[in-house]
Structures are given as C-alpha cells and as structure tokens.
Design a protein around this ligand. Structure first.
Ligand code: AMP
Ligand code: MN
Ligand code: MN
Ligand code: MN
Length: 291
C-alpha cells in the first residue's frame, strides 16, 4: 500500500511546475492525506496551499527546503512544521534568495562566455513567482534545443565543471537547523542518497546533523532506489535519527515519481510524524506498517 503522507514537494514558488493551489489539488487527487509543501528557500506558497488543502480535507504541513553549504558542498535541509513568520528564518531565507539572484547573474555570464546568450532573462521567464534556480536555466536551455531532457541539460551545462556552473556559498548547516528549530519546526536531511561525497563524509555529516539538533533523514524519497531505502533506514537507526518520506515532486515533466506512489517506510524506522497532531488519523496505519 502506498504511503498516504508526502513531506517533500515543490510549486511554482520555487522550481515546481504547478502553482501551490494546483499542486495541492493534484496531491489530493493522488490520494495523499498529509502534505508538506517544501519550496526551495521560500515560504510564499504556504498560506494559499494550506487553504486549498483544508478544502480538500487534507492535512497540511508548513515546509521549506533550505540550501546549505557543508564542507564546500551543497546539501538540502527540509524544515517541517516551521513558522514562516519567525524572524530569523524569514531573514535567513531572504538572504539566500538574494544570493540566488547573484548566482544566476554569474551563471548567465558564464554561459555567455560559451556562446549561450539571453539565459538570465530566459531563466527568469520560467521563474514564475518566486526564486530563481538552475531548474529555470535548464528549462530555458531546453527551449533553445541544447538537449531534449532535463537530466542531460544538467549533466552537460549545469553541474560542476560545466559552462553554466557558478560556485556559490549557501547558508551554514548550523544556522539553518537553528532557524528551523527556533521556529518550532524539525530539520530533515533531504535525499542523502544524492550526495556523492563518499561514505566517510556521509557519516561525518550525519553525526554533525544530529549533534546540531537535526531530527530525521529522508529514507524514502523519489530519488532513492529501493536499496537506498534500506541503506538510509540503517543509517537513521545507527545515528538515532527518525525517518521521513516525500516524493520531491516538481510536476509531471520534472518528477522522480508521481505523488501518492511512494512505499511506506521500511520496518524499524521511527516515522518523524509519529507524534504530530496532523497525522492522528494516519498514525495507526503508517506506524503499524513501519514497525
Ligand atoms: P538549485 O537549487 O538552483 O541549484 O537547483 C537545484 C534543482 O535543480 C533541484 O532541486 C532539482 O529540482 C533540479 N535538479 C538538479 N539536478 C538535476 C538533474 N540531474 N535532473 C533534473 N533536475 C535536477
Ligand atoms: Mn528542485
Ligand atoms: Mn533537494
Ligand atoms: Mn526538493
């Protein structure tokens, strides 16, 4: 039976393809009962999403996915049950968004050296209402025919060592966990299987994340393989961390997996949401399956 909860998703406020209203309606149609909207570095979609979720009889969780630089590498930390009005969080995200604009200018200048013009305007044309991200550059480059799918665009143009890559320093892990916890939320290490910096760094990261007050890691996420579900379930247990679950849905043509299709957490995982009031109706099923 698929999981009824989805704690990681994106709307047009960041790099998703559906507006917050449409994203929530889509989640409801896919059978999701508890949804977190977790746009990159921006909480502007939460209020309207919460309103639409209530109309669909869904439980809604305020979320955000924050960009972090840890030991010169980019990682993502999802904050769940955050208060978007908490000043340090609000101000921290505002600063990250200003940094995103400067990075975009740098990316465009770098692409222009390789003969690709107009990418700043082109990317912003795809950024409908909130942050600017590499995903918007990818969509512009696809429009221009540089590759036929988003994966090869990233591989050829937007990752380290490629023409559109521009080094950028995001927020620190300590600050980000501090903002999330200070706002009353819980910090989740997003999609650990996507960080290809080796096992010893992963162990260091998990230790530091836990010591700073991180609550959980994403064990089941759209970009993990079935083997990775087991691998990260073990690591969560090893570090005394809870487990989270989310599709990381960005829309049909930019999706790892459709919403409402993820499996439950593997046996033995402690669900991050086990004591949340929003998941009361769900707990019996979700935790029974996970234990
Ligand atoms: P940014 O935060 O601006 O660096 O953009 C990162 C976003 O780009 C991620 O959240 C994904 O949505 C998207 N992305 C990164 N790598 C890939 C990839 N290989 N294929 C498709 N989308 C990607
Ligand atoms: Mn994204
Ligand atoms: Mn991410
Ligand atoms: Mn994401």
């Amino acid at each position: 039976m698929p999981a009824l909860i989805d704690l990681h998703s994106h709307s047009t406020v960041s790099d998703g393809l559906l507006a917050p209203e449409a994203l929530v309606a889509h989640a409801a149609a896919q059978g999701v009962k508890v949804l977190a909207l977790t746009d990159h570095d921006d909480t502007a979609g939460l209020a309207v999403a919460a309103k639409v979720a209530a109309e669909h009889d869904m439980q809604f969780i305020n979320g955000v996915e924050i960009s972090v630089t840890w030991r010169r590498r980019t990682i993502h930390v999802v904050g769940l049950r955050v208060d978007p009005d908490y000043e340090p969080l609000r101000a921290g995200l505002e600063k990250i968004r200003a940094g995103r604009h400067l990075r975009a200018v740098g990316m465009a200048a770098s692409l222009s050296k390789f003969g690709i013009e107009g990418s700043l305007e082109g990317a912003y044309a795809h950024a409908q209402q909130g942050i600017i991200s590499r995903a918007h550059f990818a969509r512009y480059l696809m429009d221009k025919g540089y590759a036929s799918n988003i994966k090869s665009i990233f591989k050829r143009y937007l990752v380290k060592g490629k023409p559109g890559y521009f080094e950028h320093e995001w927020a620190s892990l300590e600050d980000v966990i501090g903002w999330i916890k200070g706002s009353g939320g819980e910090a989740v290490l997003a999609h650990p299987g996507r960080y290809d910096f080796g096992r010893s760094n992963m162990l260091l990261l998990l230790e530091e994340f836990r010591n700073l007050g991180g609550a959980a890691i994403e064990v089941v996420t759209g970009s993990h393989t079935v083997d990775q579900y087991q691998e990260y379930a073990k690591l969560a247990a090893m570090f005394g961390l809870k487990s989270s679950l989310g599709s990381d849905y960005h829309g049909a043509s930019h999706a790892y997996i459709e919403m409402g299709r993820l499996p439950e957490l593997p046996r033995g995982c402690v669900p991050l949401w086990q004591d949340w009031p929003e998941t009361l109706g769900l707990n019996a099923q979700a935790t029974a399956l996970a234990s």
